[in-house]
Design a protein around this ligand. Structure first.
Ligand code: MN
Length: 230
């Protein structure tokens, strides 16, 4: 048995819709600019360039419904409503044609972003890690098994702040659909059970303030609600 000099950290995990078993989280991959209107609002050409990825630490996860701490070193915390894909079977060079067989389930996520730090990083050619990977930056609702709900490919992705609709997209507007994302990502790294992929956000990203209530709905996955701590 391995002896550790310090106790190993607890395994980060996400609840599932069965209400008992949890999904042990390994890595959090995120796709940048996967909806054309959002690419445009961020000042980019939405032409179909290959998808690019960034990551968050697994322990950045915070369950939907838990108060989200307002992170330090920002005055521009942005919401990004996203479909979360949970990988059940890993692999390298997974073809798009069989990629969905590797999916365990789906959930609703919020890719919280310190937009001011991200803008600075872009300008200076620096990594996005501190803009994207802070504590509590990965809000996630319960995962729905694909065995029960299938593979959502169309339907509304909506986000409200204090009841006002801010993001209103459709899963069918993804530049790279889930199967293609898995094919591209697994060509770069070997995927493993417990990995999740945030699939990008539709247009309408904007700031969250202390005390705000943020609701996200994805067709077939219900709705999650989070409050930004005051
Ligand atoms: Mn995002």
């Amino acid at each position: 048995m391995t002896r550790f000099v310090l106790p190993p950290a607890p395994v980060p995990s996400i609840s599932t819709t069965d209400g008992e078993s949890r999904f042990a989280l390994r890595r959090v991959f995120c796709v940048g600019r996967n909806y054309a209107e959002h690419a445009r609002e961020m000042g980019h050409d939405p032409n179909r360039e290959p998808p690019f990825f960034f990551t968050k630490p697994a322990d950045a996860v915070i369950a939907a419904g838990q108060p989200v701490p307002y992170p330090p070193q920002t005055t521009d915390l942005h919401h990004e409503a996203e479909l979360v894909v949970a990988i059940g079977t890993g692999g390298h060079d997974i073809p798009a044609s069989s990629a969905l067989d590797h999916v365990w389930g789906y959930g609703i996520g919020n890719d919280l972003t310190r937009r001011d730090l991200q803008a600075q990083a872009k300008k200076l050619g620096r990594p996005w890690d501190m803009a994207k990977g802070f504590n509590g930056s990965f809000v996630c609702g319960p995962l729905h098994p694909a065995a029960s709900i299938g593979h959502p490919a169309q339907g509304a992705v909506r986000l409200w702040v204090n009841g006002t609709l801010r993001q209103d997209g459709d899963l069918s507007e993804m530049i790279w659909p889930v199967a293609d994302i898995i094919a591209h990502l697994s060509a770069s790294v070997a995927l493993a059970p417990g990995d999740v992929i945030m699939t990008g956000t539709p247009a309408g990203v904007g700031a969250l303030m202390r005390g705000d209530t943020c609701e996200i709905e994805i067709a077939g996955l219900g709705r999650i609600t989070s409050t930004i701590a005051g």
